[in-house]
Design a protein around this ligand. Structure first.
Ligand SMILES: [Zn+2]
Length: 259
């Protein structure tokens, strides 16, 4: 639609940085590792370009004021890293985005779905069901709290559920990655420089993933099933992709992917 010649380019993936949670314990990220290291947890929107229209994977958080009021994090973001600004600077018009994928419905992955007024928002059915009725320990992650509206609800009229794997555009396939949450999903993208997996919080930082042996990978501290999680690790190994974590500051040095 935005490409009148109907010619597509090789696909690329660009992480757009939209703020960070500062000084977070590694124990919040790596399950049962007891690490004393502290890290900054970056937040990204990922943009896949080269097809008919840009695809956005995850949409980040609301303002630092909102985040620090409702979550136990020191979230910082300067004006330059505000989602609409970052998109514009990258050359993507939010109105041109026809597909948004939420890897899952935790607050830091879907809070700007409203920016993309013309997009279908793709979520696994199991994730939506869990977001409506999470276990008590996960209520805050979904912002299912008195007086708050869960962030995914702002695009409720445009939200569509998927049941399992789905090719959503040529070379772009959504794959279920349950474990961190029941309906976590990743996005596999075939590019000229190889195949990548945008992994969502299944792999929050590079330390979660061991590419040489999936058995040595480490689940996220937040999870709903370790059984699912290890099946997901095994499945990821079979996908044979370069894995892109959701919150690792180091991805920016490697980006863009596919060029
Ligand atoms: Zn999450």
């Amino acid at each position: 639609m935005n490409n009148p010649s109907n010619k597509t380019q090789p696909l690329t993936i660009t992480p757009l940085y939209v703020g960070r949670n500062e000084d977070v314990s590694m124990a919040n990220v790596l399950y049962a590792q007891g690490r004393e290291d502290r890290i900054d947890v970056s937040v990204y929107m990922f943009v896949i370009e080269g097809g008919d229209s840009p695809i956005v994977v995850d949409t980040g958080t609301l303002s630092p004021e909102y985040v620090t009021t409702h979550h136990p994090y020191k979230f910082v973001r300067d004006d330059e890293s505000e989602p609409a600004t970052v998109l514009r600077r990258h050359g993507v018009e939010a109105d041109d985005v026809e597909i948004v994928v939420n890897t899952h419905l935790h607050w830091d992955h879907c809070s700007n779905n409203a920016l993309f007024r013309n997009a279908h928002v793709l979520v696994q059915r199991k994730e939506l069901e869990y977001a409506i009725n999470p276990l008590p320990i996960h209520l805050r992650a979904y912002e299912k709290l008195p007086g708050l509206q869960a962030p995914w609800m702002v695009a409720w009229d445009r939200t569509e559920t998927l049941d399992g794997e789905a090719e959503i555009a040529p070379g772009v396939t959504v794959v279920p990655l349950p474990g961190h949450s029941p309906g976590s999903q990743g996005v596999v993208v075939d590019t000229d420089t190889g195949r990548y997996l945008i992994a969502g919080d299944t792999i929050g930082v590079y330390d979660n993933w061991n590419a040489s042996d999936w058995r040595d990978s480490v689940p996220a501290t937040i999870h709903t099933s370790l059984f699912d999680y290890y099946e997901t690790f095994e499945r990821m190994a079979a996908l044979d992709c370069e894995v892109i974590p959701s919150h690792d500051g180091r991805v920016l040095a490697k980006a863009p992917f596919g060029k």
